[in-house]
Design a protein around this ligand. Structure first.
Ligand SMILES: [Zn+2]
Length: 236
């Protein structure tokens, strides 16, 4: 009896927090598929009034999850060498970006130096009485705010590159563990959704069929995992 109660609870919770909430999109209208619990099973459907939307029947959550799990399984590389090869590729790409980044930052540094020199001239002019105190203050403030702007830009560039790189490495690592995490009953539905959004570009419904699309990065991982399975003679 005790067991039955605890088993019922997660289902009630799931009713309001389905794994695929906000994840599965109807391609006809571009909106979210709505999920509801019927006789212990989750069903999704598009609630819009477009004829194509209404023509679709209910879709079973477990069928979509099975498809997703298969796609997650396809990401797992049988050999760790392939994964290290991928991270090396990504790192090389990052280093190329860093070269561009350094050039951009050098250009910003030069502009900052130029403004600082102009500000020094301005100060000398004030000391020599060439310009008024009032004019000095206005010009000096404008130089200072321009320098701060450029410094902010400089910080912004490096932040963006670094985030892109870190996200790539994290996605590669996640891809190898994602199926296990996704099928683990201790993983919350919120975390499962995070896994799906990090590894897939989209999951969509069209004419009653669901398609799961990898991101550029996971597409490459899946391709190479498949290739190395073939080479190593793994059964698919
Ligand atoms: Zn629709």
């Amino acid at each position: 009896m005790q067991k039955k109660i605890t088993r019922n609870r997660p289902e009630k919770y799931r009713k309001h927090n389905p794994i695929l909430k906000g994840i599965l999109i109807c391609e006809h209208c571009g909106k979210n598929v709505t999920w509801q619990l019927q006789k212990g099973r989750m069903y999704g459907s598009c609630q819009r009034k477009l004829p194509e939307c209404k023509a679709q029947s209910f879709i079973r959550e477990d069928a979509v999850l099975e498809l997703v799990q298969g796609k997650l399984g396809d990401l797992i590389c049988p050999s760790p060498e392939v994964i290290s090869w991928l991270t090396t590729l990504l790192r090389q790409d990052f280093e190329l970006s860093v070269d561009n980044l350094e050039e951009a930052q050098k250009a910003l540094d030069e502009r900052i130096e130029r403004i600082k020199r102009m500000d020094e001239v301005l100060y000398d002019d004030k000391l020599a009485g060439v310009i008024s105190e009032e004019r000095f203050r206005t010009k000096h403030e404008s130089f200072t705010s321009e320098i701060n702007d450029l410094l902010r830009q400089k910080g912004g560039i490096s932040q963006t590159y670094k985030q892109k790189y870190m996200a790539g490495i994290a996605a590669i690592e996640l891809s190898q563990d994602a199926k296990r995490l996704f099928t683990d009953e201790n993983t919350s539905n919120d975390d499962k959704r995070i896994i799906l959004t990090k590894l897939f570009a989209g999951i969509s419904l069209k004419n009653n069929s669901v398609s799961v699309t990898y991101t550029k990065l996971t597409q490459a991982i899946a391709r190479n995992s498949g290739l190395s399975k073939e080479i190593l003679g793994y059964a698919k």
